[in-house]
Write a protein that binds this ligand. Structure first.
Ligand code: HEC
Length: 155
């Protein structure tokens, strides 16, 4: 068996927002921390998309695990499911979208090799190697000279 076709909705929910499969914890590469904010209806909508994905019987390499797999932190204010009422508030809606869009997964500083949005929210610094050279995640905090401000010059 290769897909998640036989999984229950509850099992899919646990994988997506809690980072658990029926046997173990999923590696933090699967960014469940960013999806904890999903409203119940948006989570159901994602599951409906998975259910519609045509089945493919793929052969995957075995998982390799080295060391403990610690869950990552959600961004502040997105640690639990949002309600529809909260989404009517533009500021809360922004937090919701930023969590799902994983802005701070790239833009937060890293602690022990993993982004730490609780302690180093938005400070940037993660380096992405691209064929065109290194791209460094920017500081997207409201810092007046180092963050994103009009007229700031690139250095
Ligand atoms: C996959 C990683 C990744 C994700 C996800 C991501 N960014 Fe970025 N972002 C980058 C990198 C890398 C740069 C710098 C690119 C460059 O300098 O060419 C950047 C640049 C920016 C800039 C320009 C800032 C500056 O000083 O130049 C802003 C603003 C920004 N991102 C905001 C966001 C927001 C808001 C989100 C979520 C909606 C987001 N980013 C998601 C990696 C990411």
């Amino acid at each position: 068996m290769s897909g998640v076709g036989a999984w229950s909705d509850a099992e899919l929910r646990a994988a997506i927002v809690e980072g658990r499969d029926p046997k173990s914890r999923l590696a933090p590469v699967m960014p469940s921390d960013s999806y904890r904010a999903l409203t119940p209806s948006d989570l159901d909508a994602i599951i409906a998309v998975l259910r519609k994905t045509p089945p493919v019987d793929s052969r995957l390499p075995a998982q390799e695990r080295h060391g403990a797999l610690e869950p990552r932190n959600s961004i502040p204010g997105a640690e639990r499911p949002f309600s529809e009422t909260e989404l009517a508030n533009p500021e809360r809606r922004g937090v919701y979208i930023a969590s799902l869009a994983r802005c701070m997964g790239c833009h937060s500083g890293e602690v022990s090799g993993a982004p730490d949005p609780q302690r180093r929210l938005g400070e940037g610094g993660k380096v992405f190697r691209t064929p065109a050279g290194a791209a460094v995640a920017s500081n997207i905090t409201s810092h007046p000279t180092k963050g994103v401000v009009p007229g700031r010059t690139m250095s």
